[in-house]
Design a binder for this molecule. Structure first.
Ligand code: FES
Length: 142
């Protein structure tokens, strides 16, 4: 049984307590925003990015899934969108199973390929994907 969820509607959830789509978050990057060079994403694990100031920061991470890149909001569904990499430590992967994303706060695990919650306090609620594509070696929102 998971711990109680700590919902913060104005940040992470809408009034019906469903997850906000990525592009309804404050400071989410616009379609077409260049995030980084593809080569900046590690061969194993992911890299965090943030937009906006500390009060209304939009956090996301990009992670390698074999030959593809995936992007998710860097906010755990268990605890008000808390970053999965506390103190910016960790590469977002479960060290015991590299097909899973790991939340370093309380240990929830999510499928790398879809963000679906597979165990822990995420309690069935998956990560929010952010659409990206790669063009000319650049990772771009969209
Ligand atoms: S914040 Fe609790 S499992 Fe992620």
């Amino acid at each position: 049984m998971g711990q109680q969820k700590h919902h913060t509607p104005e940040f992470f959830w809408n009034d019906n307590m469903t997850l906000l789509p990525w592009n309804e978050h404050k400071n989410s990057p616009a379609i077409g925003t260049v995030i980084c060079a593809e080569s900046e994403i590690p061969k194993i694990g992911g890299k965090a990015f943030s937009f906006g100031d500390a009060k209304e920061v939009f956090r996301m991470f990009i992670i390698r899934d074999e030959n593809e890149l995936r992007a998710y909001i860097n906010g755990c569904t268990h605890f008000s969108g808390t970053p999965l990499n506390p103190n910016e430590v960790g590469n977002f992967l479960d060290s015991n199973d590299p097909t899973l994303i790991y939340c370093g706060v309380h240990g929830s695990r999510f499928l790398l390929s879809t963000g679906a919650c597979v165990s822990g306090d995420c309690d069935g609620e998956g990560l929010q994907p952010v659409p990206i594509n790669v063009s000319n070696g650049q990772v771009i929102i969209g």
